[in-house]
Structures are given as structure tokens and as C-alpha cells.
Design a protein around this ligand. Structure first.
Ligand SMILES: [Zn+2]
Ligand SMILES: [Zn+2]
Length: 366
């Protein structure tokens, strides 16, 4: 069978013919339908992700952590023909959080991640998986359900933010939702788009920023969903004058460390700054005055990573809702589909991001 293979930390990717997987007792046989490509895959193939490693005792890793597939045979609670998405991070087997299915809070750091670190990924025609790690996909959303994996990380992020904010006696509004709260999302890429939709769903007033004007697709999304936009090419001072302070700031820019210190002065009393993604350079520095302000305003800075099975399930529910709430947006999220037979193009889209890409998917079978 075909598989997309990497040999980290070597740069490059190849499509290779591998042995069909052997049947395993009490495991579900899955035929892959689509796999998504994201920034993490590109960091791996460009030799930039230091945690990328093959399974023990091997020199290669099958790439891919965003996938949907179809169940091939009735097994262990799943019926032939059901569409499923695998959870990508799997526990270390030792710590308590991993033992209760929450390796997003692994305490040993010895967890494995399919297609990233110590476990083969999903860019292959078939594989067998433990039913414990499979999430059902509603048939109606199968064309864009691959977005549920990146969305699961943001479902977890927002859940964590709301949990942290339970420190404040009241952070909800007089209708019990968050519609009196202002959120600022930095970055309009896939992560920024997904967290903006999620915040809007929870009632937040959402501002999005980039250091350039929105492109046509981003403008369509902003108009349909009702997101406000601010061009931050000259910093954020103008935004503070125009809108005031924000209750929640979410850094989805995955870019420069200094952004965090630039936006901290925009936080309201009791506000929270969520950091998502891994900056590639720079340094975060705070003056004593900025630190005093953070303390005085009871602000929080929190690192956010990895959604687990409950978050994948929430992601399915939200994608299904958004299909009817914001149909143009959902359609715009799949930027391109490339059939696995087109090997040259598959390698190209794995190595390099397309202009104004949200999600590129590889089609393995229909
Ligand atoms: Zn990803
Ligand atoms: Zn663990």
C-alpha cells in the first residue's frame, strides 16, 4: 500500500510502497479517505520540529495526524461503512492524566503523537486502530470533517480558558453567555479562523487582526460570521483607542514572540492571554511596569495545546452547526484537494504552503 514517509530530522518526504498492515485482534480496520496537511507536517518535512521521531527501532515515520477514514469490517462497536476520525495524541501509559484519556495534560512528556512523534501517522491507504481512539464523523460533514482535528485543539483551548476564568466570581454576562466579552484573535490563518468561529459561537464580540489587509476569502468569512477586522501593521495602539481593552486575547499568529508583549497592554481587568502554536524566534520581555500592570489587573497568560477525544466530539458538533450557520465560510475552509495518485503535487503541497491556504487535503479514496 502507498504511504507518505519521512525520516526526521532529514529534510524531504517520499511516497513509498509499504507492506499491508496485519490484522490485530479487537482493532478496527480503517481505509483512509482524506488526510489534512498543516504547519506541523511542514515543520517535520523541513527538519524544523525537534520532537519529530520515528517509532522505536525504525528509521522512518508515516506522516499525517489529521485524517478521516471508513470502517472496513464490523468490529468492536463500529459498523462497516461508518466514518471515523482518529485521535492523534496517545498517552504515555504511566501518568494519571494519560490513564484517564487526557494525554493533553501528560505529566511525563512521554506521550506519542501519530505522524509526529513515536507513532505512525495516517497518510497511508489502510491501518488498524484501537476503538478507544476513534471518533464518529457525521456523514453530512465528511467533505470538510478533516478540520475537526485542528478544531479539537481549539475546543480544548477555549475550554481551558473558560476553566481558568472560573477564578473570577462572574465572567459570564447577564444572559449567562459571553456576549458582553470582547475577544481579540491575532492571525487570520487556519487557527485564527477556527478559534474566531468558536468564540463567535459562544457569544463573544470577536476582533481579528493581521499585519496586512484581509484577502477576498478572509473578507467573505469575516462578513458572513460577523468578525471585526483591524490592520495591525503599525501596532495595536490604534485598536486600543478604537475598541478599548479586551477580555480575551488569543495569539494564533504562530509567528513572533514579541507579539505577546505587544498585546499584553490591551488586556482588560481579569483578562486572559492564550498562547497557541510554537513561535520560531524572538524573546518575550516585560518591563517592571508591564509586570505591575499584569498583576494589578489580575491577568493570566496560559499556554494551550492539544485537544483530546471529548474535544474532537465537540468539534464534530460545531462543524455540523456551522455548515448551516455559515455555509460560505465552511466551503472556503478547504482550499485544495489533491489525489494521492498525483505524487508530484502531493509532495509539493506537503513541503510548501499555498497562498491564502486554510486547509489542503489529500484524497486517498472516495
Ligand atoms: Zn495539524
Ligand atoms: Zn502521560
Amino acid at each position: 500500500m502507498k504511504a507518505v514517509v519521512v525520516r526526521p530530522p532529514k529534510v524531504g518526504v517520499s511516497i513509498e510502497e509499504l507492506k499491508e498492515p496485519e490484522p490485530e485482534p479487537n482493532k478496527v480496520k480503517i481505509r483512509i479517505l482524506n488526510t489534512g496537511i498543516c504547519g506541523t507536517d511542514r515543520e517535520i518535512v523541513n527538519g524544523k520540529l525537534i520532537t519529530a521521531r520515528p517509532p522505536n527501532g525504525r528509521d522512518y515515520l508515516i506522516l499525517g495526524h489529521e485524517a478521516i477514514g471508513v470502517v472496513e469490517e464490523n468490529c468492536c462497536g463500529f459498523k462497516k461503512g461508518e466514518i471515523v476520525m482518529p485521535v492523534n495524541r496517545r498517552g504515555c501509559g504511566h501518568c494519571l492524566n494519560c490513564q484517564i484519556g487526557r494525554p493533553d495534560f501528560c505529566e511525563t512528556g512521554e506521550f506519542v503523537e501519530a505522524g509526529i512523534s513515536g507513532l505512525d501517522g495516517f497518510m497511508r491507504e489502510y491501518y488498524y486502530d484501537d476503538p478507544k481512539w476513534l471518533v464518529r464523523v457525521p456523514y453530512e460533514i465528511k467533505d470538510f470533517a478533516v478540520m475537526a482535528q485542528p478544531l479539537s485543539d481549539l475546543e480544548k483551548s477555549l475550554e481551558e480558558i473558560l476553566n481558568v476564568q472560573k477564578r473570577v466570581p462572574i465572567w459570564t454576562c447577564d444572559d449567562g453567555t459571553y456576549n458582553c466579552r470582547k475577544a481579540l484573535v491575532i492571525g487570520t490563518g487556519p487557527v485564527g479562523t477556527l478559534i474566531s468561529l468558536l468564540l463567535k459561537t459562544y457569544g463573544f464580540e470577536v476582533w481579528i487582526t493581521n499585519r496586512r489587509e484581509l484577502n477576498d476569502m478572509e473578507r467573505t468569512i469575516a462578513e458572513e460570521v460577523g468578525l471585526e477586522f483591524y490592520n495591525s501593521a503599525n501596532g495595536y495602539d490604534g485598536l486600543k483607542e478604537k475598541v478599548g481593552r479586551f477580555d480575551l486575547i488569543f495569539d494564533a499568529s504562530n509567528a513572533f514572540t514579541y507579539i505577546a508583549s505587544q498585546v499584553l497592554p490591551l488586556l482588560n481587568y481579569n483578562g486572559i492571554l492564550g498562547l497557541f502554536g510554537f513561535p520560531q524566534s524572538g524573546q518575550l520581555s516585560l518591563s517592571y511596569a508591564e509586570l505591575q500592570s499584569l498583576i494589578f489587573r489580575s491577568n493570566v497568560i496560559v499556554g494551550l495545546v492539544n485537544g483530546q477525544k471529548p474535544h474532537f466530539e465537540m468539534a464534530m458538533v460545531h462543524l455540523a452547526a456551522w455548515k448551516t450557520m455559515w455555509p460560505k465560510t465552511v466551503k472556503a475552509m478547504i482550499t485544495k484537494e489533491v489525489p494521492i495518485e498525483d505524487e508530484k503535487e502531493v509532495k509539493e503541497v506537503i513541503m510548501n504552503k499555498l497562498p491564502s491556504e486554510i486547509k489542503v487535503k489529500i484524497v486517498w479514496s472516495k
